[in-house]
Write a protein that binds this ligand. Structure first.
Ligand SMILES: [Zn+2]
Length: 105
């Protein structure tokens, strides 16, 4: 679980399922920027581990492609939360990054 600690109340914020502190409702944009960096570092480390799965990626991506394409070709903003892939990496990372970007914008 990727969590941040609310900088106002110290409550844990589940970055994957919450966009704000569930205790004081402070949005993620107001939470500690250093923690955001730490979570992004974790995502980058996951990138390295992911490369070890490169051998099976082409097959998996080919299988995932129609579903991902569907999300991107629908009218309006891509719905990142609906992206699913067999490795689970797009699903998890896009949701986390989209949450961060969305709250910081
Ligand atoms: Zn809080």
């Amino acid at each position: 679980m990727r969590t941040l600690t609310c900088s106002s109340g110290g409550a844990p914020v589940d970055l994957e399922h919450e966009s704000a502190c569930s205790y004081c409702h402070a949005p993620i944009a107001f939470l500690d920027a250093h923690q955001v960096e730490r979570v992004l570092d974790e995502l980058r480390r996951d990138d390295a581990a992911r490369e070890q799965k490169a051998a099976e990626l082409p097959v998996r991506l080919a299988a995932d492609r129609p579903q991902v394409d569907r999300v991107f070709t629908e009218p309006g903003e891509p719905d990142w939360a609906r992206v699913r892939d067999s490795l689970g990496v797009l699903e998890r990372d896009l949701a986390a990054v989209a949450a961060l970007v969305g709250r910081r914008a």
